[in-house]
Ligand binder design. Structure first.
Ligand SMILES: [Zn+2]
Length: 350
């Protein structure tokens, strides 16, 4: 991800420009806090701003996440397939906990990608401005923070589902970062509610999002009895490591988000399930960049204009795109190709 120049970033911050949300994070040197460009707090002075391409880069530089704008719910653009393929695949594995148990695991992760550890670190630095370890640590903290704000999961379940080895480690991390225990960040009121009874989370995207187009594409390929759509809500029954459950995804257009309800017995699976939902609904797509790229083709331009925000649905089981990709498609083209195919298909269906 290319970091924009400081002046552009600062203007985005002054105007709380949502187009920069997820692309830029700002660390404020006078407070030690990092924010999204849309933060409702009073904008800091230019000379106190440091700009970062990812939350992990801000956190690695010693800033802690803002409690007002909540960097944990910024659209997660880093996953998008337009990023170097190796980085996207490594991010997917990190989201599934690849670096949670063993912090010396970068070499093993690199090996799974078919590159060396040094090469993987270099790619992460280039695209995210942070090391793989910092990305994994930030992911744990931010996911735990979201669970604390948005759910009433018991503390032990928050710690486990976010990939902390123990409640003690979870407490220490939060005390180091926020000078207070995780319970202090908890939403007030309500009673504890185990993940077994369902966890509801909000996942943001960067607008526009063609929700009817996405549901139509998902309906067209749904496996009967496993996946279904009812009242504009997508449902899927899931099976993971021999356990069964369900997920449901609804649209929250006013908040540029989807609302996800997961019912599954194992809290440790939460990050995996969230990552899969992001993939199926293509939540990390940088749709403005994709649109402008596709619009360079005179045949696609009118279709893109007619269906802005059309996304390419991902597959639940595998990290591949469903639409029109085969092994002969050059790698660098694949994201664009998938979107072009999606636009052409929707055009053919009226
Ligand atoms: Zn903020």
């Amino acid at each position: 991800m290319e970091l924009l120049d400081r002046k552009t970033c600062f203007r985005a911050l002054q105007s709380r420009d949502a187009r920069f949300d997820g692309r830029v994070f700002v660390g404020v040197t006078s407070t030690g806090i990092y924010c999204r460009p849309i933060c409702p707090s009073r904008p800091p002075k230019f000379e106190n701003c440091r700009f970062f391409a990812s939350a992990a880069a801000a956190q690695e530089a010693g800033f802690r996440p803002c409690l007002r704008c909540r960097p944990e719910i910024a659209p997660d653009l880093a996953f998008w397939r337009g990023t170097a393929n190796t980085v996207s695949r490594a991010l997917a594995l990190i989201a599934e906990g690849a670096l949670d148990e063993d912090e010396a695991g970068v070499e093993a992760l690199a090996e799974r990608m078919g590159v060396g550890g040094r090469q993987l670190r270099r790619l992460f630095k280039q695209h995210l401005g942070a090391s793989p370890i910092a990305v994994a640590q930030t992911r744990r903290v931010l996911f735990a923070k979201q669970l604390l704000h948005d759910t009433h999961l018991p503390m032990a379940e928050v710690a486990m589902s976010a990939g902390f080895g123990s409640v003690r480690r979870f407490n220490e991390t939060f005390r180091d970062l926020f000078d207070r225990p995780p319970s202090a960040l908890r939403r007030k009121g309500g009673v504890d509610n185990s993940a077994r009874d369902g966890v509801t989370l909000r996942l943001a995207y960067r607008p526009p999002y063609d929700w009817p187009g996405m549901l139509a594409a998902l309906a067209a390929r749904a496996t009967p009895g496993t996946e279904w759509i009812e009242d504009d809500v997508w449902h899927r029954s899931i099976e993971l490591d021999g356990k069964r459950g369900t997920v449901a995804v609804a649209h929250l257009p006013a908040r540029n988000s989807v609302m996800v309800t997961i019912r599954f017995a194992s809290v440790k699976a939460l990050p995996v399930l969230v990552a899969r939902i992001r993939r199926v609904f293509d939540l990390g797509a940088d749709i403005a960049t994709i649109g402008s790229h596709l619009a360079r083709d005179p045949r696609l331009a009118p279709l893109v204009a007619r269906r802005p925000g059309l996304r390419a649905p991902g597959d639940w089981e595998r990290d591949t795109m469903v639409v029109g990709i085969d092994d002969d498609t050059p790698r660098a083209w694949r994201p664009w190709h998938a979107y072009a195919m999606q636009h052409l298909r929707m055009a053919n269906h009226g």
